[in-house]
Design a binder for this molecule. Structure first.
Ligand SMILES: [Zn+2]
Length: 329
């Protein structure tokens, strides 16, 4: 009888532990994507897209029709979401499946919907790229509301402004005072940005060194350079060497430029000693599968160790945004 009871107890224990395993399968290791655009799906922009489409930039002639900006000649172009709801469902499902948290900014209505649907997985950001957009007071009030934890995406380059332009200084002062990390777009914007898309854009205003004066005025500001200042690697490395709180993200260029070029750039950043200052970012727009496409670039980087990949995908963002790692397990 005693033996039978013991056997029964063991069996119950075994069944309970098996049950426990089946109801809570191991979650994938957490990922933080620091660069997501929460945007309304615009049907005229919602076209198919082939990643790494900037591998061929043949130029053109002003008197001829320019070739389409996005290349769609590949076996499986990424499909755009057709509606805001389809986009939200796809993003939320992907975050859940990949155990992913996002830093998102853009359309305030979309952003609030996403945050409401997945409060633990969305960190909201608010950007200002020109003093015409809102007053410093209005911006400070928004930051103080508690909804926004990040300032970004700030993109003065598209407005023909340097990030150190004094007209933006009050906004950065507010972020510094409130301990809010800032993400600034520095780098390229695609093919023909200045003469085909946005006349005020200047390639030279993406130079990482243009951040130096602003950083000197705000020595406590935590800043991440979006798009890692691509392709100006030397200035990027020098700036990070001189400024201990400057990080970079890999967003955008990792799915648009040729893969050999992306890997050379990322490898150089790590080789120069900045493996702990690189943040993973997608620059997600309207193609939900772009998340997996961009993650595959990091997964396939055979020159990175497992730990280096974990730093880029998670640990560095936890440190940069002052998050609690235990909340992501
Ligand atoms: Zn950008």
């Amino acid at each position: 009888m005693k033996n039978t009871l013991l056997l029964l107890a063991c069996l119950i224990g075994l069944i309970t532990s098996l049950r426990g395993q089946s109801t809570s399968p191991r979650r994938p290791l957490p990922i933080i994507d620091v660069h997501v655009h929460a945007m309304k799906v615009n049907p005229s922009f919602a076209v198919e897209m082939c990643p790494w489409f900037l591998r061929d930039m043949p130029g053109g002639d002003p008197n001829q029709q320019m070739r389409a900006f996005l290349n769609t000649e590949c076996a499986e172009p990424l499909q755009p979401a057709k509606s805001d709801q389809e986009m939200q469902t796809a993003v939320l499902n992907t975050m859940e499946r990949l155990n992913m948290t996002i830093v998102a900014f853009g359309d305030p209505v979309i952003l609030r919907k996403w945050k409401k649907a997945a409060p633990g997985r969305v960190i909201a950001g608010i950007g200002v790229s020109s003093p015409k957009e809102m007053t410093v007071q209005a911006f400070t009030d928004s930051l103080s509301s508690g909804f926004y934890q990040v300032m970004g995406e700030v993109a003065p380059q598209y407005q023909g402004l340097s990030p150190s332009d004094m007209s933006l200084d009050g906004y950065f002062a507010a972020a510094e005072k409130l301990n809010i990390p800032v993400g600034i777009h520095m780098g390229t914007g695609g093919n023909g940005m200045a003469n085909l898309t946005q006349a005020t854009y200047r390639a030279s205003l993406g130079r990482p060194f243009l951040l130096e004066d602003m950083l000197a005025r705000h020595p406590k500001l935590k800043l991440w350079v979006m798009h890692a200042g691509y392709p100006m690697i030397d200035e990027m490395i020098a700036l990070m060497g001189a400024n201990a709180y400057v990080y970079v993200d890999l967003a955008g260029f990792i799915w648009s430029y040729p893969q050999a070029e992306i890997h050379a750039y990322l490898k150089r950043l790590v080789q120069a000693g900045f493996g702990k200052r690189i943040l993973y970012g997608t620059d997600l727009l309207v193609w939900p599968k772009l998340i997996e496409t961009s993650l595959s670039v990091i997964e396939n980087a055979d020159y990175l160790s497992f730990d280096q990949k974990r730093d880029i995908l998670f640990n560095n963002a936890v440190r940069f945004f002052r998050l609690d790692a235990s909340k992501f397990k």
